[in-house]
Design a protein around this ligand. Sequence first.
Ligand code: GUN
Length: 288
Amino acid sequence: MTTIIDGKQLSQQIRAEVAEAVKAITTAGQKQPGLAVIIVGDNKASRVYVNSKKKACEEAGIYSREITLDGETTQAGLLEEIRQLNQDPQIHGILLQLPLPSHLDESEALQTIDPHKDVDGFHPINVGYLHLGVDTFVPCTPLGVMEMLKRYNIPLEGKTALVVGRSNIVGKPMAALLTKANATVTVAHSRTRDLPALIGNADILVAGLGKPEFVKGEWVKPGSVVIDVGINSVDDASAPRGYRLVGDVEYEPAAQRAAFITPVPGGVGPMTIAMLLANTLKAKQKFA
Ligand code: GUN
C-alpha cells in the first residue's frame, strides 16, 4: 500500500501552529513578526508566488510588507532598499524574490541582507552554518521536505538517499540536511551517468531538477520514499486551462512502486510557504 504524503494538509497544520504562536506573542504584548518581500520587475510567476506569500502571512497574523521595484531599478537602489529593511524594527524577515532582472547582481544583493533576517537561508553565512550543522535559517523548500519526512515518521538514519538536482535553493541544502540526518547521500545532476541505476538503489529519492516527468516510474526502488519537488506546467488541450501541473517524476507508475510519495500539486509546494512563515516566526523569536 502506498501512502500519499499530503503536503496540503500538513502545511495547513503548520500554518495553524505558526498562527497560534504568533497569537501568543501578540497577546503577551510583544510586537507582531514582520516579513518584507522585495519583488523587482514584473515576472509573472514571481507575482503569483508573492501574492500567496502575502496572503499566508495575513492568515497567520504576520505583518507583511511588499516592496515592488520597477524592472529598471539600479543595483544601488536595490541595495539601499535592503539596507533600510535591515534597520527596520518592524521587519524580522526579508525575502528577495528571485530571479532578478539580468542587469542586477543577485549574489551581492543576497549578501546585503542581514543574516539574522535571512528567512530564505540564502546568505553565505547561513549556507555555511547549514553545512557546519549549526542551527540557522534553512531554505524553505528543503526544510519543508524534512518536515514532511519527520511528520510521517519516515526514518532516515543509514538509508541511501539520492538527490537529483544540485541547485542552491533545493539540491545542495537538501543534501546537507539529509546528511545531517545520518542518511548516506548521493547528489545526481544532468551530467550523471546511469541515473536509473542510482534511483533503483535509493531508499529516499528527492527529485528537484525541473524537468517534467523525467524520472520514470519503473526506475523507482520498490518500497522507497519518493519526494517530488518539481512543479512543471505542460500543455494539455483537454485540461480546463489548457495546461496541467506535473512533477519531475512520472507519478502513476512511481506510486505503484513507492511506499510513500508526494503528489504534484499538493505535495512539497504548499510546504514551502508554511516554512517561510515558520522561519519568520523564528527570526522574531531568536533575533528581535
Ligand atoms: N524564486 C523561486 N523560489 C524562490 C524561493 O524559495 N525564494 C526566493 N526568494 N525566490 C524564489
